[in-house]
Design a protein around this ligand. Structure first.
Ligand SMILES: *Cc1c(COP(=O)(O)O)cnc(C)c1O
Ligand SMILES: [Zn+2]
Length: 430
């Protein structure tokens, strides 16, 4: 039983150990394709449930628990893992009410080892880098990919090389990449240009690219769906709602659901809603014209993790929408930051891009796309601490063009009992 790389456009197949990201014939994106017929007898809900209590790597990982569906033939000794995944699925009745939906869960991928879902893709991507004998790995990054790659590269004793854009790198993410020891280059260009550059430099220097154009990344990210369904005791929700930037995650979700259904592990496929920021909405625009044409945009949004105007996984995201009868929505920065404030105030918290899931759910309910009695799982992609600037600016009212609807202001006081009591008494009244 062997897996292959397969072009999603023309169908040409390549050996699983080929170092390539797009089809040599037509330039199409590649899938890692497993032999589902051979897997059918080997995987079951019971198998994945049995592994839940284990303390041993790799099955203690929320990715490798599903090894047969991620990378069946890889030697367990090659796996580079930090026990990623195993993130909480929070029922949030108050937020469900705010969004206007019967049942809402938030799957918090910010609880991964480096604070974003990127760890799920990095454990599989860096494992493949090791299997290929790579010594250097690289990515262009809005931040979280670099933080994650830097950590996993260090663990695997490889050099990590990061291309940062010129503006708006969230401080938490930049500090991680530097701390974990990656070679960090800040380039005077935006993410989309850096994405082109990293592929050219990698080709020249023989470095392995770990952006989500790498199909092994997406294999690991499928586990977000596997784990969510296992946590729901395999009861399929009506909707899965996630933010869309480079569209790797939404692409992985479609593939995961398609495979689970083909293997008989779920009876029906939930609908996927991809939510983009208004200022970085090329998928939304293409969706509006029935995918007749795709045009890149110059991206601008407070949600830096999805500030991407030319998503590499566009074709795979369109496939997800076809496979899942999915929809695309857009939300403003104002809606993103207000939704984030509400998620934060639940004691859960997330970074701005993640709040697209809640803001988008509310909008889709208002538009009558999501029905009030339906069950929704929203994906929180990154941790609150990734972007402290955005949080503080929102609550102190200094975020440009945004008026905080749910502010929590920082009070200032002299070390004076009456003054402090005065503040707390006033706070009590409001
Ligand atoms: C990477 C990232 C996204 C975007 O995911 P894509 O797979 O690029 O669409 C959203 N939120 C956060 C926090 C991220 O790190
Ligand atoms: Zn092809």
């Amino acid at each position: 039983m062997t897996s292959v790389l397969k072009c999603i456009h023309c169908g040409r197949e390549y050996p699983i150990n080929a170092v390539m990201y797009t089809c040599a014939d037509c330039g199409g994106l590649l899938d890692v394709r497993h032999d589902l017929d051979a897997l059918r007898g080997r995987v079951s809900r019971a198998l994945f449930d049995e592994r839940l209590g284990t303390l041993e790597a790799p099955f203690n990982s929320g990715v490798w628990r599903y090894k047969e569906l991620i990378y069946p033939d890889v030697n367990a000794a090659q796996i580079v893992t930090r026990g990623e995944g195993n993130t909480n699925l929070y029922p949030v009745p108050k937020l469900a009410k705010w969004a206007g939906v019967g049942t809402l869960y938030l799957k918090h991928e910010g609880e991964n080892p480096t604070g974003s879902f990127k760890d799920r893709g990095m454990t599989s991507g860096v494992t493949q880098a090791r299997a290929l004998g790579m010594t250097r790995v690289a990515c262009a990054s809005t931040g979280n990919t670099s933080a994650s790659m830097a950590a996993y590269a260090s663990m695997a004793e490889m050099e990590g090389i990061v291309f940062f854009q010129n503006k708006q790198i969230a401080l938490g993410k930049l500090s991680q990449a530097i701390a974990y020891g990656a070679t960090c280059v800040q380039i005077n260009a935006d993410f989309d240009r850096n994405m082109e550059l990293v592929r050219q430099v990698a080709e020249r220097l023989g470095v392995y690219v770990l952006n989500s154009v790498n199909p092994f990344r997406l294999e690991g990210q499928k586990a977000i769906i596997f784990e969510t369904l296992q946590q729901l005791r395999w009861r399929v929700p009506d909707w899965i709602v996630c933010p869309g930037g480079n569209l790797g995650n939404s692409s992985a979700f479609g593939k995961a659901l398609h495979e689970l259904h083909a293997l008989g592990l779920i009876e029906r496929i939930p609908r996927v809603a991809i939510v983009q920021a208004e200022g970085a909405n090329p998928l939304y625009r293409a969706y509006q014209n029935g995918f007749a044409r795709f045009e890149r945009v110059k991206a601008q949004t407070v949600a830096t993790a999805i500030k991407i105007g030319n998503p590499v996984n566009y074709a795979k995201a369109v496939r997800t929408l076809e496979w899942t009868n999915g929809v695309v929505e857009q939300v403003s920065d104002q809606e993103i930051m207000d939704a984030k404030a509400l998620i934060d105030a639940q004691g859960i918290g997330c970074e701005p891009a993640s709040a697209c899931s809640l803001a988008g759910t509310r909008k889709l309910v208002a538009r009558g796309v999501i029905q009030p009695d339906e069950t929704v799982v929203g994906i929180l992609t990154g941790h609150l601490l990734k972007d402290p600037d955005a949080t503080i600016s929102y609550h102190s009212g200094t975020l440009e063009h945004i008026r905080a609807r749910y502010p929590n202001r920082l009070h200032q006081a002299e070390p004076n009992l009456d003054e402090i009591v005065g503040i707390l008494t006033a706070a009590e009244r409001t």
